[in-house]
Design a protein around this ligand. Structure first.
Ligand SMILES: [Mn+2]
Length: 369
């Protein structure tokens, strides 16, 4: 289908640069998105983006690919419409995203000669998420209109124009709709737009596996895939690419997996010498607990990490089961009901039986065996 019937007049207004020149002779063909999907983009957001020629796009500091993809996607769309844009993130692009094209466009501060007319903030649940750029360029943020595009339910609406959609799996899902509504083909920008928007979807849905993956998310993904987004590469780089040292570390810790309460309680321990043996660094234990939690009957999964004379514990629990914060709370920790952690001032051999006893007690309360 083509994106007709979306502006209420029966025809799609062709994308126009602010000097009135028609950028596209005919609207791009879409294969999956519906008129209803496209109609979700607010008119005031479209109007601001069609009008502005010099645009600053900003995502949150400590970025992942939903932040980066959404800010870059908007910037490139502005440029496709004949404007100039600077994508900014307060922090450098993490090395793990180095395989994605176009991220070298990011600056860590606005261009002093940018002469911006508009700021587009993406994937920020509140304006402070922008990070240090906000304070260092306070004048810019207070003077210029702000378009706020985000999918965090808690977003207070800090923009001149706000588009907050908590049903969107990713801000990149929203930006895909925006790019299409602007009349641009999703293959625009040499495929950079589609690749980065897809990466944002992949990260925020964990490969389209989280419950936030809606039919619309999949239609958006289908559209990006049709536009050439390299989904297999993105999924492999983000989820199936690990240094051998990290896999060796996983192996050491997985080999110590223990279970109790008919497999409902699962745990393992990572010792400091595991890092030396495997050659991994401490940050590479990321993902281990989720692997342990794949144990078939696991309801409470605990990873104990030796930290000098103390112990760090991570707890994961199954939906509808034990509240992980109740277990970690006993040991001065916190977190979320399904994922929590604590640091215990005891050697791992002493901390472990105490924590396991507490976890077992909570399991027992829930469903006595
Ligand atoms: Mn996001």
């Amino acid at each position: 289908m083509t994106i007709r019937e979306v502006d209420g007049t029966g025809t799609l207004a062709p994308a126009r640069a602010s000097d009135g020149a028609t950028v596209l002779a005919s609207p791009p063909t879409l294969s999956a998105l519906t008129g209803g999907d496209l109609a979700a983009v607010p008119e005031d957001v479209l109007a601001q983006l069609r009008r502005a020629r010099r645009v600053l796009t900003v995502c949150h500091h400590n970025p992942e690919s939903d932040a980066l993809g959404s800010a870059l996607g908007v910037a490139l769309a502005v440029e496709e419409l004949g404007g100039v844009a600077t994508p900014v993130c307060a922090d450098p692009v993490p090395a793990m995203y180095g395989f994605l094209p176009g991220l070298d466009r990011f600056r860590q501060a606005p261009d002093p000669d940018g002469d911006y007319e508009l700021i587009v903030v993406t994937d920020c649940g509140d304006l402070a998420r922008v990070g240090p750029v906000l304070e260092s360029h306070a004048e810019l943020f207070s003077r210029l209109p702000i378009v706020n595009i985000d999918h965090h339910k808690s977003n207070p609406g800090f923009g001149t124009a706000d588009w907050i959609d908590a049903d969107a799996a990713a801000t990149c899902e929203m930006v895909t709709l925006l790019v299409a509504r602007l009349g641009l083909p999703l293959s625009a920008g040499n495929g950079v737009i589609a690749a980065n928007l897809m990466a944002g979807l992949v990260i925020d849905t964990a490969n389209f596996q989280h419950s936030n993956t809606s039919p619309r998310t999949l239609r958006v993904a289908a559209e990006l895939r049709a536009a050439g987004a390299p989904l297999p590469d993105i999924a492999r780089h983000l989820y199936r690419t690990k240094p051998s040292q990290q896999l060796r570390l996983f192996g050491l810790v997985l080999s110590r997996l223990e279970t109790a309460a008919e497999g409902r309680l699962v745990w393992s321990t990572m010792f400091e010498h595991d890092l030396q043996v495997s050659g991994a660094h401490p940050g590479q234990s990321e993902g281990l607990i989720d692997l342990l939690g794949q144990s078939e009957h696991a309801e409470v999964t605990i990873l104990f990490k030796q930290q000098g004379s103390g112990t760090r514990l991570s707890v994961r629990t199954r939906d509808g089961g034990v509240d992980a914060t109740v277990v970690t709370g006993r040991f001065g920790g916190g977190g979320h009901a399904r994922a929590a952690g604590a640091s215990v001032d005891l050697p791992v051999e002493e901390a472990r039986p105490l924590v396991l006893e507490e976890a077992r007690r909570r399991l027992e309360q829930l469903r006595p065996s």
